[in-house]
Design a protein. Structure first.
Length: 424
């Protein structure tokens, strides 16, 4: 169980870090201030600041986020709020403390009457609660603010906020997370190919022959090329597998070509085995051959990722043709339950699972649902067509509805997963 939990956390963290790094990298290139790069949700348990960004680890390791200036509603310091100010020799504010549990010894205590950290960059208020002593301080562009939960981030002047970047840069920033998931999947599948020592070939050539199998008893050898089974010509591995599976416990005549070029005819009787769907299929106990070239291993990453993408779109398309089913989705519970099985297969299984999850995360995030990256891209496209963005009020309502639907779906999926994996 401990191994499953550790693997789950590591896999989830890698997925989140790659996804959010895409947003982070392109936001920085677009001139958008990234205030926080968070792994996990909930209360902060660790923080480290580098440059203008605070990197945090939070207590629930099931996600993460990149907090871009102006992308979400900025924390508001209302009139009457008690704060502490660190002021330099030029009477400019370099730090604003709103965290009640942390008192700075050299801070100037103030009760805020007016504050603008986006345009005019100032803070005004009564010093030490003395309403006869109203003071106004300019705030540095790179001043820090300690928020109510103790997280220290940089203030966000309007020109470095998300909405100030050009539309193409904002679209690239939104798209970069799913794009990074695809890149991660490609890399993971390439690593998988090297760990396996090659890629399963689709050629009609036999790989390892299992001991005491029907293939061994018939005299089939590794490297034999299957030319014909009965009256059927065989040109690919899948054609041979299909022919064998359709004929359990029936004699089949194999015409094969050995490594030395000689041809031979052998009689093979596939054993009967039960498939996952309960049907009976034939097996002869032979594995596919491996392509071991460097290029085959590299290309596998791209081919396998594309194959998964097309399969996922096929499944999503079936929602409209065959009807919606909650069983089509799986949340953290399903991922954890599957991780239990994957851990038993070792490193190769874990790397494959990471790649599969990465593709799934990337595609799901591209769905045009408000609250997901795809929903944000859809709003970007609408803005491009209208040549002006939606009003903040309308966009906020759309996003709120989308997030609400996602939360409802998440609850339903999680409950369905619990029933499937723990009560069946």
């Amino acid at each position: 169980m401990i191994a499953t939990i550790i693997t789950f956390i590591i896999v989830f963290s890698i997925l989140v870090i790659f996804h959010e790094f895409g947003h982070y990298y392109f936001a920085k290139r677009a001139g958008i201030l990234v205030r926080e790069f968070a792994i996990g949700f909930g209360p902060k348990i660790f923080s480290y600041r580098k440059g203008e960004t605070t990197f945090t680890i939070r207590i629930l390791p099931v996600g993460g986020y990149v907090r871009m200036a102006g992308y979400e509603e900025e924390s508001e310091i209302k009139p009457g709020t008690p704060i502490g100010l660190i002021v330099n020799d030029a009477n400019e504010v370099s730090l604003i403390n709103t965290y009640k549990k942390k008192q700075l010894l050299d801070a100037v205590p103030m009760e805020v009457t007016s504050i603008d950290l986006e345009k005019e960059l100032y803070v005004e208020g009564y010093l030490a609660g003395d309403e006869t002593n109203l003071v106004r301080y300019p705030v540095l562009r790179d001043a820090m603010i300690i928020e109510e939960d103790g997280t220290e981030v940089q203030i966000a002047p309007i020109d470095v906020q998300f909405q100030s970047a050009s539309l193409p840069k904002r679209m690239m920033t939104n798209f970069a997370g799913p794009m990074n998931n695809m890149i991660l999947a490609i890399v993971a599948f390439i690593v998988l190919a090297f760990l396996q020592g090659g890629v399963v070939s689709q050629e009609n050539v036999l790989g390892d022959i299992l001991p005491d199998s029907a293939a061994e008893e018939a005299g089939l050898k590794e490297g034999d090329r299957v030319i014909q089974i009965g009256d059927e010509k065989i040109t690919t591995w899948n054609e041979m597998v299909e022919m064998v599976q359709l004929n359990p416990e029936k004699e089949l005549t194999f015409q094969v070509e050995s490594k030395d070029g000689t041809e031979k005819t052998l009689t093979v009787t596939p054993s009967a085995n039960e498939a996952a769907d309960g049907t009976e299929v034939g097996q002869i106990g032979v594995q596919a051959s491996l392509e071991t070239s460097f290029w085959a291993k590299i290309s596998f990453g791209f081919v396998q990722t594309w194959t998964l993408i097309t399969q996922l779109f096929t499944v999503l398309g079936s929602m409209f043709t065959k009807g919606f089913s909650i069983d089509m989705f799986g949340g953290p519970v399903a991922i954890y339950a599957t991780t239990q099985s994957v851990v038993k297969t070792g490193l190769i299984g874990i790397v494959n699972w990471l790649a599969v999850l990465s593709v799934n995360l990337g595609i799901v995030n591209l769905l045009p649902i408000p609250g997901l990256d795809g929903g944000k891209l859809l709003l970007n496209i609408v803005e491009g067509i209208r040549r002006k963005p939606l009003s903040e009020e309308k966009e906020g309502i759309i996003t709120l509805i989308g997030v609400g639907l996602l939360l409802v779906l998440m609850v339903l999926v999680t409950w369905n997963d619990i029933q499937r994996y723990f009560f069946n």
